[in-house]
Design a protein around this ligand. Sequence first.
Ligand SMILES: *[C@@H]1O[C@H](CO)[C@@H](O)[C@H](O)[C@H]1NC(C)=O
Ligand SMILES: *[C@@H]1O[C@H](CO)[C@@H](O)[C@H](O)[C@H]1NC(C)=O
Ligand SMILES: *[C@@H]1O[C@H](CO)[C@@H](O)[C@H](O)[C@H]1NC(C)=O
Length: 493
Amino acid sequence: MAAALLLLLQLDAAGGWGTVTYSYKGRNPDGSFRVDFRDRATYDGCQYSRYQTCSTGNCGLVTNQQRGITDRSTNAPQSNRQWCETETVQQRKVPTDKPFEMRASSCCWIPTRNGVSGWRFRTQVDLGSRSDTGKPNRSPDIAILPFLRVPQNCPRTYKLMSFDPDGDTVRCRYGNIRNIECSGCNQPSGFVLDQGSCSLHYRNAIANPSVFGSYKLPLQFSFLMDPPAPSCVDGLYLPRFVHPTPEDGQHINAEVNKEVEIRVRAQASHATLHDIIISGPLNITKHRSTHGDFVIRWTPGPDDVGDHYPICFAVESVIESGIYQSEMRCVLVNIGQRLIESHVTCHESSMTVEVTRSSLSGLHEDHLRLSDPSNTACNLQTNSNSTHIIAVVPLNACGTQIKEDEENLVFKNEITTVDNIHDLITRNHLLEVQFYCQYPKHGNMSQGFTAHRRNVVVWDKGFGKFTYEFEFYPDSQYRQMVVIQGCTLWRTM
Ligand SMILES: *[C@@H]1O[C@H](CO)[C@@H](O)[C@H](O)[C@H]1NC(C)=O
Ligand SMILES: *[C@@H]1O[C@H](CO)[C@@H](O)[C@H](O)[C@H]1NC(C)=O
Ligand SMILES: *[C@@H]1O[C@H](CO)[C@@H](O)[C@H](O)[C@H]1NC(C)=O
């Protein structure tokens, strides 16, 4: 493949930080190029933002811009009690495919140990066609959490998420062009950067707890050295990830207009799990379930087809004044064309899923089943017709699982493939249609909502049989008030 891309990493500056990536979205009718920029920035307040200026070439015009908060926390060190990450999504109309460069700079974030207060940032764009793909270069996806922290005595390795859609090798290096790539360019001791794997190793060599700003063009982050932890073993003070948290680097396939859900579970026996910090595309949300799991949700839009979005997360625990961060994990969400045509309708006591047969490439319902097909009511043949596989799934049977967060009750099930319908163990996950119905826990009192409780026996994996009480809207308005959502993921192995 083509030449290696060089990213810069500089453990150096502060003043707000972030990443800038761009993606080519095709030609406009007038022959100009459409390029979307995503500028993710972190400041010590949500009101700040940075301004990009065109430094070289013709950067075109901004045709649309949206800005929103992706995550914020009040867990920052004393000198700076909060941080706020925002993302600005900007569409530009660029007249030619000639290279151009944009720069941004800012100053004055928290004081850093390496004594640098300003930062510099530059993004180079070349829309010329590559000889191998015949399309403009795409920028590599790189990601890291904006705010990393580690106890001073605990060595740790951060593997920066790096993925190049054109298949180029992504390498990392420290910034070294003073005042362009970095404002100071000093590298603090205690860190080793493996340029080939983009891994940053921290080796507890620094004397006092302190904050480092750092940046990489076009990726920047800040690093906080906390006082020593009583133990560096994961799962005691530092949270440890457990199933079903996705592995670092895992790819998740997603479809346009279908919500992607990432469930994160962590354990810390000597501390209390406090929060999750995330970094991901605009409109990403985080929630906490009543079982203590964290849930990250995001819905790709029609413009996202063919794009890849990294999402990074870490869980923080607290005990007394200590805050301990887990390792960081990043996953890559690949947005594909809608492969499976499915539609989910939520009813008071069941969910109906209709899957278009033609989108299933010849799979017959004999080889498809719900999570628990032992009950005949769960047989997919019962309701299917010649064009659609139809499952009418009771909320309390067929392996439906119930999950709960602050706002909603969520009932989930899935259609998966099996070699033989009589096998209870799914051997061959050729296809996996996961779906769920989400019901808000609180009604709208002003519309005359009266709490109506009924008991439903639900079998929930890991919790056994229990009786759950929940509220449903009792009248015809119910249908308008429930949040109807379906989610389809597919996987080929
Ligand atoms: C974010 O959500 C808003 C409101 O739903 C929507 O209008 C906007 O297009 C979304 N932006 C992106 C970049 O997904
Ligand atoms: C099969 O069921 C679906 C969903 O109810 C319906 O839209 C479709 O028309 C039905 N097809 C036939 C051939 O009856
Ligand atoms: C409740 O319903 C009323 C009347 O339809 C509406 O004006 C109000 O915004 C709703 N409140 C909420 C919280 O949805």
